[in-house]
Structure formats: structure tokens, C-alpha cells
Design a protein around this ligand. Structure first.
Ligand code: ZN
Length: 420
């Protein structure tokens, strides 16, 4: 048996003034064909009291507990960047940001959380300069602090348990999970002194941020950026910390192995932490320009290699919804159906081995709201060995409401993988 889970991120939505949701308006013959010969229902991926983030929602769809198993976004990103985290390490996001003003560090104002979406190479040079001065290697080298470049402004900081080497404070990695660090995109145009880390043990983080400014403010890369009229990346902003989640392996939960195909680090990191293989597809960007066909080919390749299960996540509908672009959201849904699902399901049928497909958004992202919401999402389950008579069923919010409701992603996953 082969298992395919397709997640069109944020696909579920609300009706517009013409009385239709994007899923109702999009032409999606393949998934609706599966619905008519399978099951449609709805699932509550986001439990009460949890922020409906993609981290929590994708953990839920994979059958994990988005409350107990989620320890933050940064460790998932760090794992997907190839950083080997121990159970006692703490990962932070180390944004490269733009500060303006004169005087003391605390009097500066943050104007850009991404330094004008700084390029990977410039970001790498800046983080290297910071790491050369402030990094102290990792625990395995007898040190405890290391900065790593990521995509654009999204660096990572890993702090390992052990003796302090930068400043004389307590065990940061034990403390770090406890204090609140402010996301830089929430305080644009504000004086940073009001948002710097506070609380026991956080002085160490504040000191790293302040020293990074001394290192970066006159760096050659930044002088050059200013000459080109671009925002300098003149400070590191540290936030979003967490330990690596201790997930039971997917294989131990469901008895099968598999791969994750995603364009975003967060989803790749969840897959890796679950013991799944993360496949990188060239041109898989997470936008409407993403390489849909390349992703479909990658799914087929994984099945050909003998994987029992492939999880394919497509970010584009969510991204279009965040931009408030309904037409693009509909186009992204139609392309997922025509360029991904049609190809993969066609191959599965031709290959002949029995297969099950689950199509389910991780959460809703209504175009009108441009943000995630908590309501249940529709799902479609199709089993090639157990076809149903379900004419009229569709992959839509309304159709889902008439079907079987699952109270959590874990219950849906158990049903999908365990169904006899
Ligand atoms: Zn989103």
C-alpha cells in the first residue's frame, strides 16, 4: 500500500460577496474525482488555545500533538538547515535587521526586520563576522554559541548547555526556553530599548545583540549596501527560541517510512524531526512561481525508490491568501490539481499498487483576513482498493461539513494509515 498526503497550505477559506470560497470556485477535477469515489469530511487541526501556525498545523496533519510536540519554530528551521542539535541545545532565530539612529544601542530604532531581504551571500558574510567574534563553537568543541547563515536574513543561533564562555551567567540553555524575546517584525519603527530581552538569564542574549551591532555597523558589506541605497544589516536580533522537539518517529507511530517534499524550512524540519527524509526540489520556492511539476516528479521518484509514504506540502495558496490575492489563490489551487495531483495519481494508477490519498489543508487562510484562522478544514480520502459511491462530494468547506468530522489531526492520521 502506498500513502500520499497532499497539503495545499491555507487552502480553506470563507465565502466572498458572490457566495463562493476559492475551493468552490477553482476548477479541480482530479481532487473532486477522488472525493466522488472516496470520503469527504472535516478535521480540527488546531486545538483551542493554540495559535494556528503552520508549525502546529502540519504536526497535527502528520499525526502529532500540536500542543505537546511543538517546541518552537526556530529548532525546526535549524534542523532543516542541517544543524545537528542535541537534546539540550536551544535554537534561536538570529534575524539580520536594520537599526537607525545615534547614541546608545537601546536608543536605536528598528526599521527593517529583513535588511531589505538581504541576499544569501551578504548575509553569510555578516553572520560569519559575528560568529568569528562572538561564537564559541558548539558543545562538542568545548564551546556553546554558534551562528549559522540561513536563507536571506534568517540566521540561526545555537546555544549549547555547558560552561558559559561569553559572559558569566547561568546555564542559558536551561533558562532560554523560559523567557520572552520579541519578534522583530512586530516592533518596526520602535525604539528597541523598550523591547530588548529582560528577565533572569536573558542578559546574555542582549549582550550578543549589542555586540553584534559593534561588529556589523561599519562592516564592508554594509558600507557597500548603503552606497547602493540598500538597508544595512547592522545588527542581529535574537528571538523565537526552543529546543528540538522529541518526536516519536513516524515509523514507530505508523509502521511505515516516507519522505517530505516541501519548499519551506519549517515543514522540512518537522519531517526530519519525525525521521522522514526531506527531499529538496530545485525551484520549490513556496510561492505561485514554485516548481509544481518538479514537486510531482519528486513524489513519483520517492515511490519508485520504495518509500511507502510521501508528504507533499505546497505553500502557494497560503502565500497568495496572505497577500490578499484571491485570483492567485484560485490559480494556485488549480495548478496543484492539474500539475501535481493529476500527475501523481495518474502514475499511481498506472503502476498498479493499491494506494490511498489524503488531501487536507493544514489550516484556513481566508483571503479577506490575510491571516490564519482556527476553524476545521475539509479533507478528502480516497482508497484505490475501496472505492465509494459518493457522487456530488467535493473538496470544499461545505462538502466537508456534511461528512465525518475528526477532532484532531492525530485521529485523522490514525484513520488514514490504519483503515482496514
Ligand atoms: Zn501562512
Amino acid at each position: 500500500m502506498r500513502y500520499l498526503i497532499l497539503v495545499p497550505d491555507g487552502a480553506a477559506d470563507d465565502r466572498d460577496e458572490n457566495g463562493k470560497t476559492p475551493l468552490e470556485e477553482a476548477h479541480m477535477p482530479v481532487v473532486n474525482g477522488l472525493a466522488a469515489r472516496g470520503f469527504v469530511g472535516q478535521v480540527t487541526t488546531i486545538p483551542e488555545g493554540i495559535f494556528p501556525g503552520s508549525d502546529a498545523a502540519n504536526l497535527a496533519v502528520l499525526g502529532y500533538d500540536p500542543v505537546a510536540d511543538l517546541t518552537g519554530r526556530s529548532p525546526l528551521e535549524a534542523v532543516s538547515m542541517g544543524i545537528d542539535m542535541s537534546d539540550t541545545d536551544v535554537a534561536f532565530r538570529a534575524n539580520i535587521v536594520t537599526l537607525v539612529g545615534d547614541g546608545a544601542y537601546g536608543d536605536l530604532v528598528i526599521t527593517d526586520h529583513s535588511s531589505g531581504d538581504i541576499g544569501d551571500e551578504e548575509a553569510r558574510q555578516l553572520l560569519k563576522a559575528v560568529n568569528d567574534e562572538l561564537g564559541a563553537g558548539r558543545a562538542e568543541n568545548g564551546g556553546r554559541v554558534a551562528f549559522y547563515p540561513g536563507v536571506s536574513y534568517r540566521g540561526a543561533l545555537i546555544v549549547s548547555a555547558g560552561e558559559p564562555t561569553v559572559t558569566g551567567i547561568g546555564d542559558v540553555s536551561e533558562e532560554a526556553a523560559g523567557y520572552w524575546l520579541t519578534p522583530p517584525h512586530d516592533i518596526l519603527t520602535k525604539r528597541i530599548g523598550d523591547y530588548l530581552p529582560t528577565g533572569e538569564g536573558s542578559g546574555f542574549i542582549k549582550e550578543l545583540m549589542e555586540k553584534s551591532y559593534d561588529i556589523l555597523k561599519d562592516h564592508e558589506v554594509n558600507k557597500d549596501r548603503v552606497r547602493r541605497g540598500l538597508n544595512p544589516g547592522n545588527s542581529i536580533w535574537i528571538w523565537g527560541q526552543g529546543k528540538k522537539p522529541a518526536l516519536d518517529s513516524f515509523e514507530s507511530k505508523f509502521g511505515i517510512t516516507g519522505s517530505v517534499i516541501a519548499g519551506v524550512d519549517l515543514i522540512k524540519g518537522i519531517g526530519i524531526c519525525a525521521g522522514l527524509e526531506s527531499i529538496t526540489v530545485p525551484g520549490a520556492t513556496g510561492t505561485l512561481e514554485t516548481n509544481f511539476a518538479g514537486k510531482a516528479d519528486a513524489v513519483i521518484e520517492e515511490f519508485e525508490k520504495g518509500k511507502d509514504f510521501v508528504y507533499i506540502h505546497v505553500e502557494a495558496p497560503d502565500e497568495c491568501a496572505h497577500q490578499g490575492n484571491r485570483a492567485d489563490k484560485i490559480e494556485s489551487l488549480e495548478r496543484i490539481d492539474a500539475e501535481v495531483l493529476a500527475k501523481v495519481v495518474g502514475w499511481l494508477r498506472k503502476d498498479g499498487e493499491p494506494f490511498r490519498v489524503l488531501v487536507v489543508p493544514d489550516h484556513r487562510t481566508p483571503v479577506a483576513l490575510r491571516t490564519h484562522t482556527m476553524e476545521p478544514v475539509p479533507y478528502v480520502i480516497y482508497d484505490s482498493g475501496d472505492e465509494q459511491e459518493n457522487a456530488g462530494a467535493l473538496f470544499t468547506e461545505a462538502s466537508g461539513e456534511n461528512g465525518r468530522a475528526f477532532g484532531s489531526g492525530a485521529e485523522l492520521a490514525k484513520y488514514f494509515f490504519g483503515k482496514k
